[in-house]
Ligand binder design. Structure first.
Ligand SMILES: Nc1nc2c(c(=O)[nH]1)N[C@H]1C(S)=C(S)[C@@H](COP(=O)(O)OP(=O)(O)OC[C@H]3O[C@@H](n4cnc5c(=O)[nH]c(N)nc54)[C@H](O)[C@@H]3O)O[C@H]1N2
Ligand SMILES: Nc1nc2c(c(=O)[nH]1)N[C@H]1C(S)=C(S)[C@@H](COP(=O)(O)OP(=O)(O)OC[C@H]3O[C@@H](n4cnc5c(=O)[nH]c(N)nc54)[C@H](O)[C@@H]3O)O[C@H]1N2
Ligand code: SF4
Ligand SMILES: [Mo]
Length: 745
């Protein structure tokens, strides 16, 4: 007899965090559908959500540690795998120092308890300056702008899309991506609701994306020129005396510096380069100022671009100047239940950002928040000298497909003395590993969206239990990271992962007890530890975060408050209400004010001014996402890749006829760093002079073990993107707006 039961959990695949209803029968997943009772997603699900079943059952998923012996991967026990790592890693540390060991943390770390709660401990234990993450091919410019303006990389205002009247989106396509740095299940439904309550959506994108198609207005900006468009809009507000800071006025400093800083960027100055008429820019600025409640929101198209930080800054300058910061229907700050960046510590007190730190060894590029730009990874491996990378620990990352100049990086990874991958697949990147340590499948893990719920458009809390048990003897992913940390620290391959767990919780408890402004100030640490003692691992940490957070039970002093037990009793999540104004107390800048004109960003404006006179004759390449892809790693799921190939180059009909490209034919696309040959789709859904190719494809490399993906290989667009193109302030890669040459193939 097989028992049937239903589990409710949050989908960990993208930032939307939809609630799933998982039916399990006889230990197997029978069906996954949207959880209609989920407090945030109300049953919404995209085509990827139900494929957690296929991912779990994928025969290619790595299920036991693999060690490379004589060029072949062989399965070994966990103890053997860790012993192998210790045996090979420690001599590298001894001979070359800690900087010889690099860490790369990929995107799924932001979606996992292991990555969020123990990733830092691993990085600290390795003790190297060579720390890289997917953030520098993604949102880092927004994080730097937020840190300078509001006091922390995660103190990012999110568009209050459920209550706004006017939403200006630049470089995001939530109909495909389901949103990013603005957590909301069912973006499409929320945008439709905006429209039906009479609101207006305007989309700025070189492509007529699905989101642009649904908008009242599509503005086909030239790639990379968003900051010019945004600067000109600010100029219109200033020139026409439309600036009105609203309730946050007393907490904003530096407004008087905007005018002089942006003098060169009037609508007439930027019209040619942006491809947007001056009259349109003026009208947009006026509409934004006139809307009762409005929000400006920029994403990947604005951050992975040459002036990513300037563009990210200007998005919020517009929000502030139109009185929309921190008000309902504007751009607001979440009050997360767990690990909020500004829900503990002294209000309006912060340490500031350390600019231009650390510096990379080879090119002397600026790092951010203790990380080096991912565009430096290949050269730091290739270039001999003190500090050269000899070993790499790659956790949940696929840099061969996700970083610019992928071919160079592919070769560089092949030259390492040691590479360890913590991954669920032997793919384009982990095929270079000497040891692959598998993470459990998502269904075998507990979950809480520690990072993404900090950026949610509503305050919610939701804990997910593991749906399926881990096979006997298989460690959880946090234990894998903890054991790696212990090895790197010199504690040995046999040290118990609980040592790291105890250190992590101990540090959190101590900090909370010492926090004069927190609810646990002065409480005996022992008492708190005793109250948490029923649990270990991520569950204990989340319990602590919940209980010490803004809605918590504060270990007894607020008995009705949140605890992990309370979330366990609420499998569809707990709704904590719409976003509330957070200023000024939520600020963590050294001045205690919003810095609307941070000097490091103003210092980058001469570079932007130089771009005003730049030639616009080159063809430029941009990316795009598809609802059924998830970066590089879900192409081994048949139901998601079947049908028409999606890795095709979009070309405007006029450009196609000029170059001699035909729909369904092939194009040779070349950039400074490489060439690919790819199928063409001729479409007017893209502006002239721009071509688009999605990332995450190119599954034709030998040594990977991806049966389905190999049959739908596509090409790696990052063989065209250039590791010498980056946002000056953060080193973030330019993945949109790469000059290319096109020819029929
Ligand atoms: N040209 C271009 N390039 C881009 C982008 C673009 O728009 N254009 N986007 C960029 C962005 S936004 C991002 S975030 C990066 C992503 O860059 P990466 O994070 O480097 O790459 P992913 O494709 O997300 O690969 C995730 C890896 O984690 C593995 N994995 C999946 N689940 C788990 C898990 O639970 N545990 C572990 N240990 N491993 C797991 C997968 O098998 C895969 O190898 O790509 C960037 N690259
Ligand atoms: N289905 C699916 N969902 C995903 C992912 C995925 O791979 N697949 N990846 C996840 C990740 S890691 C992230 S970071 C988010 C990203 O989420 P989004 O930022 O919404 O990502 P995209 O869908 O790529 O939308 C970016 C848009 O920017 C446009 N664009 C390109 N260049 C420019 C430019 O210079 N200016 C302007 N204004 N627009 C430009 C592109 O045409 C595209 O429509 O999505 C997440 N969700
Ligand atoms: S939108 Fe994102 S979170 Fe929701 S089901 Fe799809 S992949 Fe999962
Ligand atoms: Mo991303």
């Amino acid at each position: 007899m097989s028992v049937t039961w239903t589990a409710y959990r949050t989908c960990p695949l993208c930032e939307a965090g939809c609630g799933l209803e998982v039916t399990v029968q006889g230990g197997h997943v029978k069906r996954i559908r949207g959880d209609r009772d989920d407090v945030f997603s109300h049953g919404f699900i995209c085509p990827k959500g139900s494929t957690l079943k296929q991912l779990h059952e994928d025969p290619d998923r790595v299920r036991a540690p693999l060690v490379r012996r004589d060029g072949e991967f062989v399965e070994v026990s966990w103890d053997e795998a860790f012993a192998e790592i210790e045996r090979r890693l420690m001599p590298i540390v001894e001979r070359h120092g800690r900087d010889a060991v690099a860490v790369y943390l990929g995107n799924p770390n932001a979606h996992s308890l292991a990555g969020m709660l123990y990733g830092k401990a691993l990085v600290k234990a390795v003790g190297s300056r060579n720390v890289y993450t997917a953030s520098t091919v993604d949102q880092r410019p927004k994080e730097l702008a937020a840190a300078l303006m509001f006091g922390g990389p995660l103190i990012v205002p999110v568009p209050d899309i459920d209550r706004t009247d006017f939403l200006l989106i630049l470089g995001a396509n939530p109909y495909a991506s389901n949103g990013s740095l603005a957590t909301a299940p069912d973006w499409p439904g929320r945008l439709e609701a905006l429209r039906s309550r009479g609101g207006k959506l305007v989309v700025v994108d070189p492509r007529r994306s699905r989101t642009a198609q649904e908008a009242a207005e599509w503005i086909a900006v030239r790639p990379g020129s968003d900051p010019l468009l945004l600067a000109a809009m600010v100029r219109v507000l200033l020139d026409e005396r439309l600036v009105d800071l609203g309730d946050v006025a007393p907490f904003v400093e530096g407004v008087e510096r905007l005018g002089p800083a942006l003098a060169a960027f009037g609508p007439d100055d930027v019209a040619d380069v942006t491809g947007v008429e001056a009259a349109t820019i003026r009208r947009l600025a006026r509409e934004l100022a006139a809307a009762p409640r409005a929000a400006v929101y920029g994403r990947i198209g604005t951050t992975t671009a040459e002036f990513g930080t300037v563009a990210s800054w200007l998005v919020d300058v517009l929000n502030i100047c139109t009185g929309n910061l921190d008000r309902a229907g504007g751009a607001m700050f979440t009050t997360p239940a767990v690990a909020g960046a500004n829900t503990h510590g002294a209000p309006r007190v912060g340490r500031g950002v350390r600019p231009n730190h650390p510096r990379s060894r080879v090119r002397d590029l600026a790092g951010t928040f203790g990380e080096l730009p991912a565009v430096c990874l290949a050269e730091e491996i290739e270039t001999p000298g003190n500090g050269q990378i000899k070993a790499l620990v790659c956790v949940a990352g696929n840099p061969v497909l996700s970083l610019p100049n992928g071919e160079r990086l592919d070769a560089a990874l092949g030259s390492l003395e040691l590479m360890v991958s913590v991954d669920i697949y032997r793919n384009e990147t982990s095929r270079h590993a000497d040891v692959i340590l598998p993470a459990p499948s998502a269904l075998e893990k507990e979950h809480y969206d520690v990072a993404l719920l900090q950026l949610a458009v509503r305050n919610v809390a939701n804990w997910s239990v593991a749906v399926l048990p881990r096979p006997e003897g298989e460690p959880d992913e946090w234990e894998v990271l903890a054991r790696l940390a212990l090895i790197a620290q010199g504690a040995g391959a046999d040290a118990a992962p609980t040592v790291v767990d105890d250190l992590v919780i101990g540090a959190l408890v101590n900090a909370a007890v010492a926090d004069e402004h927190g609810p646990l100030h002065g409480r005996p640490a022992d008492e708190l530890h005793a109250a948490l003692a029923r649990r270990t691992g991520p569950a204990r940490i989340i319990d602590f975060y919940l209980r010490s957070g803004p809605y918590g039970d504060h270990f007894g002093t607020n008995p009705a408050g949140l605890t992990l037990d309370a979330l366990l009793a609420a499998p569809h999540g707990v709704d904590l209400g719409p976003l509330q104004p957070r200023l000024p107390d939520g600020l963590r800048t050294p001045s205690g004010m919003v810095d609307i004109a941070p000097q490091p960003i103003l210092d980058d404006l001469p570079r932007l001014e130089a771009a005003l006179t730049r030639s616009t004759e080159d063809y430029v390449l941009i990316g795009r996402r598809d609802l059924r892809s998830n970066n590089s790693w879900m192409h081994n799921v048949e139901v998601l890749v079947k049908g028409k190939p999606r890795c095709v180059l979009h070309v405007h009909p006029d450009d196609a006829s000029t170059i001699g490209l035909v729909d369904g034919g092939q194009a040779k696309v070349s950039s400074r760093v490489g060439t690919v040959v790819v199928s063409i789709e001729v479409t007017d859904r893209i502006r002239r002079g721009v071509v688009s190719l999605p990332h995450g494809w190119g599954h034709d490399l030998p040594g990977a073990d991806l049966e389905v993906a190999t049959r739908h290989a596509g090409v790696n667009v990052n063989r065209l993107t250039d590791d010498e193109m980056f946002d000056a302030l953060t080193g973030t890669a330019v993945l949109n707006g790469v000059p290319v040459e096109l020819a029929p193939a």
